[in-house]
Design a protein around this ligand. Structure first.
Ligand code: NDP
Ligand code: A1CAB
Length: 267
């Protein structure tokens, strides 16, 4: 049976998920609601039907799943327009927006809170999700069927875990992209030509990530294999690992993201 999806908001994350779904062998039938015309065009290029607001959804379209992919700050005003689709299940991907807030806007409905990340666009996403009591076993299986082709899926039984995983894998790609920028800046600072600096940084992160996935060793063992005693890597790691500098910085960053997710949930 072809899954019918309604995607509300087709910006950065909505489109990343849409791109993943449209590559599935049994691609779903998708209607996208997105006010921005260029983003509607981009959505239609994947094979979805895109409309500017909920009044444009084709009569009789009954989504199995409605994905809510608007900004958390928009959610409250957007939800009432979609409560009529509660024969199906809702999946909110908004950071922070709580089950209670979603239920206030949607009424008694089957609701999933999900935290994806943008590598879902190429089948390499990470998803955390949690479901309320109204979600049936069939709907839970449907959600898994939608997420699993796009990456690793973790079902989390406690809603606060969604805010926690948001700070790790939801925001995490940005940390890695910034790491590439920082390594490239450092490469330029010691005199590598601009283009070499950019590409050497990018390919190093890409190659190391691919090795971390392919090799049987864990990250610590792979790190040790690069680190010759008294060599160059040891000199750099003294800076990064001395007094747990990078771990402390990363923990501070992840705590800030987690705190912001909790704050968004209170608005
Ligand atoms: N970006 C990411 O990596 C991740 C984002 N998320 C979550 O995904 C959600 C979307 O984030 P992101 O994609 O980055 O944000 P974007 O702003 O890129 O996308 C949201 C889209 O929703 C559109 N929109 C606004 N109002 C409506 C409406 N009434 N009906 C339908 N669409 C509407 C916006 O249009 P316009 O701009 O014209 O207002 C915009 O194109 C957020 O809740 C975020 O927390 C979760 C995980 C990762
Ligand atoms: O920055 C944000 O709030 C969203 C949620 C996770 C990634 N992007």
């Amino acid at each position: 049976m072809t899954i019918r999806l309604l995607l509300v908001g087709c910006g950065n994350m909505g489109h990343a998920m849409l791109a993943g779904w449209m590559k599935m062998a049994d691609a779903p039938e998708v209607v996208v609601v997105e006010p921005a015309a260029p983003l509607r065009e981009r959505a239609e290029a994947t094979g979805a039907l895109a409309v500017a607001d909920h009044s444009g959804i084709p009569e009789g379209f009954a989504p199995d799943v409605t994905i809510l992919a608007v900004k958390p700050q928009m959610m409250e005003q957007v939800l009432p327009g979609y409560a009529r689709f509660r024969d199906g299940c809702f999946v909110s991907i908004a950071a922070g927006t709580t089950m209670a807030a979603l239920a206030r806007g949607l009424g008694e409905a089957a609701i999933v809170r999900c935290m994806p990340n943008t590598p879902a666009a190429i089948g390499r996403g990470v998803f955390g999700f949690t479901a309320n009591a109204a979600v049936t076993a069939e709907q839970r299986a449907l959600v898994r069927r939608l997420l699993e082709p796009s990456g690793r899926v973790f079902e989390l039984d406690d809603e606060t875990m969604i805010d926690r995983i948001t700070a790790v894998s939801g925001s995490g790609p940005a940390y890695l992209f910034h790491f590439i920028e920082a390594l490239a800046d450092a490469a330029r600072a010691i005199g590598l030509p601009d283009d070499v600096a950019t590409e050497a940084a990018r390919q190093t992160v890409f190659g190391a990530a691919a090795l971390a996935e392919a090799a049987p060793e864990d990250a610590a063992a792979l790190r040790r294999a690069v680190t010759s005693p008294g060599g160059t890597t040891a000199a750099a790691l003294d800076v990064l690992m001395g007094e747990d500098r990078l771990t402390r910085l990363m923990t501070e960053a992840v705590r800030a993201a987690f705190a912001r997710a909790e704050e968004l949930g209170k608005q």
